[in-house]
Structure formats: structure tokens, C-alpha cells
Design a protein around this ligand. Sequence first.
Ligand code: ADP
Ligand code: MG
Length: 651
Amino acid sequence: MGVIKLLDAQTADKIAAGEVIERPLSVVKELLENSIDAGATFIEIEIKDGGVGLIAVRDNGCGMAKDDLELAFTRHATSKLNQISDLNKLSSLGFRGEALASIAAVSQVEMTSALKGSSIGHKISLTIGSMPVITEVAASSGTNIEVKNLFYNIPARRKFLKSASYESGLIGELISKYALGHLNIRFRLINNRQVVLDTAKMNTAEERLSYFYGSEVQKHVITVPKVEFAPQKFLQMYLLRETVSRNNRSQEIFFVNGRLIKSTALSLSLEQGYHTLLAKGRFPIGVVILDLPGEQIDVNIHPSKLEIKINDFEKVKQAIVEYTSDALWQASISKNAFLLDDYRPADDSKSGYVASFKDKQDSEKNIEDKPSLAKGEYASLTEIKQKILNKEEFPPKEASEDKAFAQINNEKPAEKPLDLPKTLFKPQEVQAKAKSEQVATFKKEPPKAVQVKDVEGLTLLAQLNNSFILAQNKEGLYIIDQHTLHERILYEKFMQAADEKQIVSESLLIPVTFNLTPKQESIFIQCIIYLRDLGFVIEEFGDRSYLLRAVPQGLAGNEDLAQLIIDLIEDLGAEKNITISRLKEAVINQAACKAAVKARQPLDEKEMLELLSQLNLVANAHTCPHGRPIFYKISMKELYNIFKRGAYPYD
Ligand code: ADP
Ligand code: MG
């Protein structure tokens, strides 16, 4: 006896139209959710050509009887809902009974399913324009659906898709997120015959987080165990400490009753919980799992069920803010108590990391007796990667031979912006000495004036709270943001060097490893060649793991190069089309920002004058590459106004 029923017309009318199949990702999401609804503990997703060639989803869930298999592809046929009021006690992800019908309308589908405990199942084949064919087959319990030739009958939709690697990146990202919200399910993703993701034997959030974000994050995970923050409302969180962050919101992951959702309001609550710990423009990484009574949420408001409505939303938001900030606070206290941990020799953890990584790779190889790679997209990408990453000589020739950059380095100190951060950083005594000298200098002679474009004769006054340079001319007071100013100077220098192909690599003493999510990797692969041209030397280290061996000059002193690369990739991921010039701009932006003097860095008079004088050389002296202002001017007129001195008489 089947369990699927056709919704009556009134019920169907009340359900918002949905399940719009936009791209391969939408198919994967619907099929994944069906497998979760079927109670599967193992879900394998296989894709080819970014999902256009094939999307297969295999699960060990409850399976379907023959009648259901036939009915499942009819619109508004579902086993999850009878009447609209059932939405109030919904425990499944699906409820509209539309997904399979929508998928079958834009592809060729075959589905094999056998009920739990049965070794005989049924297979249905559907192609538009012909009658469905059902046959009895031997099958293990569970369901196996294969979607081929997506959008073969809608060429316009196909045209709208991006590259196969982009589409498969989106799919990988979705699966990794689901894997973080459903710890009891093993997820495996195969892309063009290669296992790219497998959570076998990883049953804790910590294990999965470190699998996706790199093993170093393990010690940064903070767990907020399940709490009942209001009657029948539960919250559970896995947060990464503020030490690991992103430059966008994409890793703020929310589940409500098992459903992955998007919500700006919830994102803002999470961010508020991190308040003051993260710099502006930085976003946390965290998984927030909410369980709320069914009647308090409305899932029937968004075509792909990505957004939901939550009753008494304020309480939920407040709980996220409070539990997040409490957990971070607790973690910071315990971190200080065990400060020694952080001083363990880095080698220990590194060798452990490599060993465990190798184990993982080996076990992966055992899982699949891989035949030689198919001539698919992934095979060719692997080839490209190998060619670029492994076979090329290292270090690159230009590194030692580049004369142009050497020239820049031989210039006199005032024109050596690339070295500024190093020379600016001094041990305390030296700084103290510099300060006393500075005081003396001020006594002896008035500081020289600096000529800046559009600004006449600036005289240096002082540094304000180690963050701003104060200067004056006859028009008034200038407050100059030292970081922004230096960033602009470096940006233009780097840009010019890149335009003249004068970029050189600087080898790192200790190579830096970084781990990418499948989506990040797909972006990364697209720009590997350009990154090399810009002076990065990168080696493949394992699946989705890379070694950074050299970086463009000026970046090597950067504290967190792995973060820099990831920020760069995330920046590029937001772009519709990645072009060389866009990549160059992004690299240079990052390089300039990271290499520039920071706020709260004491500068002596000479250093400030040096910075100010370079301002004259740059083309845009008014804003940094991010568009922030460099100057703030308070004119004498304004000062006269503020102090109620009447009109300024010396204009
Ligand atoms: P919905 O999930 O909204 O009910 P679908 O079109 O996605 O609609 O699926 C229709 C029905 O097919 C489901 O209600 C369910 O009974 C059945 N079904 C789909 N996929 C599976 C699966 N993997 N395992 C068991 N049953 C499934
Ligand atoms: Mg469904």
C-alpha cells in the first residue's frame, strides 16, 4: 500500500508555488531533502559536468512501494501532508509534492526504490513525451534517483548556467552545510568520478568543521550545547572563535527544524553576539541549530523554502545574541587560563596534521577502486592543477632575476614603501628613544612643510593616539588616517609594478597551508594561473588543501596568509565574471591593506613625514582603495564657527 496522496485542489492552492528548478544546485537540494525526509543515514550524491550531465542521489532511507514510485512524479503528490493545517506539525523538509514533477519536466529521470528490508524494488524511467516505464528490479533498500541531461529541453536555462566547476562548487558548498546541520547522516559527494567529500566516521560537529575548514580550526571551535531558551524552543551552536573569520556572511549557517535557511535577521543576531570581537567587514563562521514548535514557524513563504517566518522572533534573536556572546566570553577566559597551550611548539601540531591528513587520503583511495579518470571537467581541472602547481619549477626564475623590483628596493628610504611596515615596527626602547628625539626635534626647529597635491604646504603637528596624523596649513587642521593613507600609497605602487610586470615572488621560510571548501576551490582553480602571474607559488597538498610557498613581494610579513588567500577567493566568489584585471585588483587591494601600517601603531616624526610626502606621488590622494576617506579637514572657518568667534578674518 502506498503512502503518497494527491493533495486536493484547495490544499494545493494554499501552498505557495515552488520548487523552481533554476540550476543543478536546486535539483540537488530537493533530492537531498527527500533523502533526509526518508530517514537516510547515508546519502551519496554524484554529479558530472557540474550537474548538467548527471545528478544521482542514492540513499538508504525508507524507500517506496511500486504505487508510490508512479505517483511521486505527479504534481501535488506527497506523503508528507494531507491538509493545510498539517503544516503546523510538519516534521519533514518537503511538503508541496512538486519537486520530482518539476525535475522530471526539465530532464530525463530514472528512479529505483525498494522498501526497507526488501531486496526487490522497482524502477521508473521518465522522459517527456513518452509513457513512464516501470519494471521490477533487484535492489537494496533505499532510493536511487538519476537525473540526466538537465534542461535539455530548455536551452535558455542552460545558457544561464555558469561553468561546470562553478556549478559543482555551489553543490559542494550546499552539501558541506547540510553535513554540519545533520551530524547523524554520512554525506558523500562524487564529482566526475572523484570523491571530493566524505564525512564517513565523522559524527561530531568539531570533526566536520575541521574537515571542511582545515584541521587547525579544531581548537577554535566553541560548542553551545542544546539549551531550551524558551518553552519547547531549543538552540544549539557550533561557533568558531573570532580568531577565524570571513569577509562575507556565507559561513553563517542556520538550521531551523533541520532546514537550512537564510535569514539576514538571524545573521545580524549572530554578528551582534561577536560584537567588538570582529573588525568591521569581518563575519563569523558558525552553525546555529534551532528547533522550534511547528506551529510557530511558517515554511510556506518562499519558493525554494530558503526563507521562513518565525513567531516571537525577538526571543529567538535575543537567545542567539546572548548565548553567542556568553560562549565567546567563556572561551576567552579559559583561553587565558590555558595560555600555555598556545605556546606549544608549532611543529607538534603540524606533523600531526600531515599524518592525519595522509590517513584520510589513503582511506579515501581505498573506498573507491577508481578506474582511470573520465575525460570530464574534473579530470581536466586536475590536469591543469597538476601542471601549474606541481610541475612548474620553484622558485620561479623571475624571483631572483627581477631587476625592476630590486631597483625599487634600492631606492632611498623615503621611496621604499614596501619596507615601511618593517622599519616602522621597533622594539620598545627604540621607540622611546625615537620619541625623546622627536620631542627634541620639535624644540629645535619647526617641522618641514610637505607639499601634497591639491593641498598646500602641510606642516606636521603630531600623531593622535597612535592612529591619526595631525597636520596643518593656513586653511586649517588636517586629520589623516595613517592606515588608509599608507594603504593608498602601497596600492598605487603595487598597481604600477603589476602593470609594468615588475612583480616578484618572495619565498616563505615556512610554507603556509590552507584548506578550501569545494566552492572556494572551484573559484581558486579558475584563478590559479593569474595568481601565479602575480607572484604566488602554490602547491597542491591533498584534497582541497594547498601549500603556499611564495607570495608577491610585500606580503611575506603578513601574519595570516591563509586568511588572506581565503579572503581573496571570497571576494572573487562574489564576482559574476572573474577577469585578470579584477583578480589583480583584488590581490593588490589585499596586499596593500595587509601591508599598510595599522591603526594604533606609534610613528615617529620621520615616519609620518615620509608617509605624508608620499601622498604627493599618488594619483588619488583623497580615498583609499576601499573608498574610505584619507583626510578629514577642519577649516579655520569651521573652528571660528565652533568657538563662536565670528567670521574668520584672514581668508
Ligand atoms: P515532497 O517532498 O514535497 O513530498 P517530492 O516531489 O519531492 O515532494 O516527492 C514526492 C514524494 O515522493 C514524497 O512525498 C515521498 O513520499 C516520495 N519520495 C521522494 N523521494 C524519496 C526518497 N528518496 N525516499 C523515499 N521517498 C521519496
Ligand atoms: Mg521533496
